[in-house]
Design a protein. Structure first.
Length: 452
């Protein structure tokens, strides 16, 4: 592991960030367009789509620990984690395209096809994203540098969000010429190719410190995974991540519905999502600057409060106040993207804490457990979006009743407030300040010197 006073070059940070640009080309596509694609283009009911989003992501409960264990046991001339970025780049792009094809099947066949292709996409996402996340934990050990690295990562991830929400509707229209069933897969073929290229450059522009040989008495993947629950600080961050991604999953899924039906301005969907994405980029960039002067936990709590307030105000303003709606969503995304890079840097800190607690460095397993919490939250959010729409009698492509509009607002703003209140309560129990992490790292180094 790098000396904690070492710094990463801008090239390394930029290269690492390209990996999340690639990841988010698919992640944000799924978050922002998958539900409305399934309901308004593909032809699934809202309830069936919500159940699909939940079921496939719950399957990751089995694949994530296995992938984390495999990655932690990998040793190659390229490192433990970087090879996955290279060899899975092309399959990742291919599955992204396949998931947005509408086959000429009956309703049962289409549902089966959706489960298979979405399942393959998320499995490939797991196989490439867990090593990618773990790579950030072994590039540098300084808590501030970790926060800086994650800020670059999420600034570039949100750059992908800007590209997706601005360009995708235009690409669908361009390639499909009015036929969205044709436009979506062609647009995703373009985006999938871009994602594959970004992963290859991430591989070439980063490096990882050599890891010690794999221990001969390593436990099974699932035993190693369940050992994470002995790490109380990881449990806190995992719970916060679950709540935070529930927010993202439900809000992003219904944001197009919110503009199309609640605001009544379908043509503004792309602009609405783009302005939010710009807020996210600026939030991530600001985090890189602010963490140089303020303790991460303090910034984390302030950002949560801003997210709570901004979402609450959606219940106050009228649907005709379009400028105010855009400003509020910009603020909400700005603050939320201050939360995310800090949260990921905290995961790396819990790895060090876990070494002190258990004597084992389980980097990829720790990140796989965190990714699992993220996926579960995202799954719960996406499923809630579909179920809430169904329970409030949503019918695609027609004017909605007042009751349905209330359901859309609940999913878009109400549930996110609840998620952030829970996160604010949980983070108060987090104790790994920057000084505490540095103390833990010093203790680990001393123990390693004594052992050697």
């Amino acid at each position: 592991m790098n000396n904690k006073n070492n710094k990463l070059s801008i090239k390394e940070k930029f290269g690492y960030g390209l990996g999340d640009t690639a990841s988010n080309i698919v992640f944000q596509m799924v978050a922002n367009f998958m539900l409305i694609f399934y309901t308004d283009v593909y032809g699934l009911s809202a309830a069936a789509a919500g159940t699909l989003l939940l079921t496939v992501r719950l399957f990751d409960g089995f694949t994530d620990p296995i992938m984390g264990s495999i990655a932690d046991r990998t040793r190659t001339k390229w490192g433990a984690y970087r090879p996955y970025l290279l060899f899975l780049a092309i399959p990742y792009g291919v599955f992204a395209c396949l998931a947005f094809i509408t086959p000429d099947f009956d309703s049962t066949g289409k549902l089966i096809y959706a489960y298979i292709t979405y399942g393959l996409l998320m499995t490939c996402y797991t196989a490439i994203n867990i090593p990618y996340g773990a790579l950030g934990g072994v590039m540098v050990s300084s808590p501030k540098e970790r926060a800086s690295l994650q800020s670059y990562r999420f600034a570039m991830a949100m750059a992908a969000l800007v590209v997706i929400v601005w360009a995708l509707p235009k690409l669908v229209e361009f390639f499909g010429e009015g036929d969205d069933q044709l436009g979506y897969p062609l647009a995703m073929a373009f985006m999938g190719t871009l994602a594959a290229i970004c992963f290859v450059f991430c591989f070439k522009m980063t490096k990882e410190e050599p890891l010690p040989p794999v221990e001969g008495n390593r436990k099974s993947a699932f035993k190693e995974f369940f050992s994470l629950f002995k790490n109380d600080q990881w449990v806190i961050i995992a719970a916060i991540s679950l709540a935070t991604l529930t927010l993202i999953g439900i809000r992003a899924s219904v944001a197009p519905h919110y503009i199309k039906y609640y605001v009544g301005e379908e043509d503004l969907i792309s602009s609405f999502l783009t302005i939010a994405a710009i807020g996210s980029v600026l939030g991530a960039v600001s985090t890189n600057f602010l963490t140089k002067f303020f303790e991460k936990k303090v910034l984390f709590q302030v950002a949560i409060v801003v997210v709570i307030i901004s979402h609450s105000l959606f219940y106050v303003i009228d649907s005709s106040q379009i400028a105010a709606i855009f400003i509020l969503y910009f603020i909400a995304n700005f603050a939320h993207m201050m939360i995310t890079p800090i949260m990921f840097s905290m995961v790396a800190d819990t790895v060090d804490y876990g070494v002190l607690k258990t004597g084992k460095r389980l980097t990829a397993i720790t990140f796989s457990g965190h990714l699992l919490a993220i996926k579960f939250g995202f799954a719960i959010g996406g499923a809630l979006a579909g179920w809430i729409l169904a329970s409030y009698n949503y019918v695609p492509n027609q004017a909605q009743t007042e009751d349905t509009l209330d359901g859309i607002l609940l999913a878009f703003a109400g549930i996110p407030v609840i998620c952030m209140v829970l996160s604010l309560i949980l983070v108060k129990k987090y104790k790994l300040t920057e000084l505490e992490v540095e103390r833990i790292q010093s203790k680990i180094e001393q123990d390693e010197k004594i052992a050697s």
